[in-house]
Design a protein around this ligand. Structure first.
Ligand code: FES
Ligand code: FES
Length: 167
């Protein structure tokens, strides 16, 4: 898709969680700010704003990316998945249920990034070991849980998805 510029401003068109969205962005506008401030999707959290903590993780055409170091204009035409897209009409996603059941969150600030990173892991590797989980989530910082609950949650999520035939 070629980027559209109207009166010197860039129109960014994205599909977010299956729905079309568009908005004006400056060349320097970050995807995290575009999602939160332009589209009002505040489920994506912003922590370090330098690509280190993983709080702002979203999926861009299926790949996990740091939305705080991705320009909105670079995502023009892409499919974006955010935490708002996980739960369905029947309730929470199994990964969300597993995090809730295993104390995989406390303050919840890191949780959106943890959930999307977990989803990407379990698509690639439906039955990861503890070591594989820790390695895959090593770019996502949590200041509350000590990670034990998160690892347990990811293992539980793997079991729930397998049971539902979703892995
Ligand atoms: S806010 Fe993006 S990695 Fe920390
Ligand atoms: S639950 Fe608080 S930062 Fe992870």
């Amino acid at each position: 898709m070629s980027t559209e510029i109207i009166n010197g401003e860039t129109v960014v068109r994205l599909t977010v969680n299956g729905e079309p969205h568009s908005g004006i962005a400056e060349p320097r506008t970050l995807l995290s700010d575009f999602l939160r401030h332009t589209l009002g999707l505040t489920g994506t959290h912003v922590g370090c704003e330098q690509g280190a903590c993983g709080a702002c993780t979203v999926r861009l055409d299926g790949e996990i990316v740091r939305s705080c170091i991705t320009f909105a204009v670079a995502a023009d035409g892409a499919e974006v998945e955010t935490v708002e897209g996980l739960a369905g009409p029947d309730g929470l996603h199994p990964i969300q249920e597993a995090f809730r059941a295993n104390h995989g969150l406390q303050c919840g600030f890191c949780t959106p990034g943890m959930l999307l990173t977990t989803q990407a892991l379990l698509e690639e590797n439906p039955a990861p070991t503890d070591g594989e989980i820790r390695e895959h989530l090593s770019g996502n910082v949590c200041r509350c849980t000590g990670y034990q609950g998160i690892v347990a949650a990811v293992k539980d999520a793997a079991g729930r998805l397998e049971k539902e035939g979703r892995s």
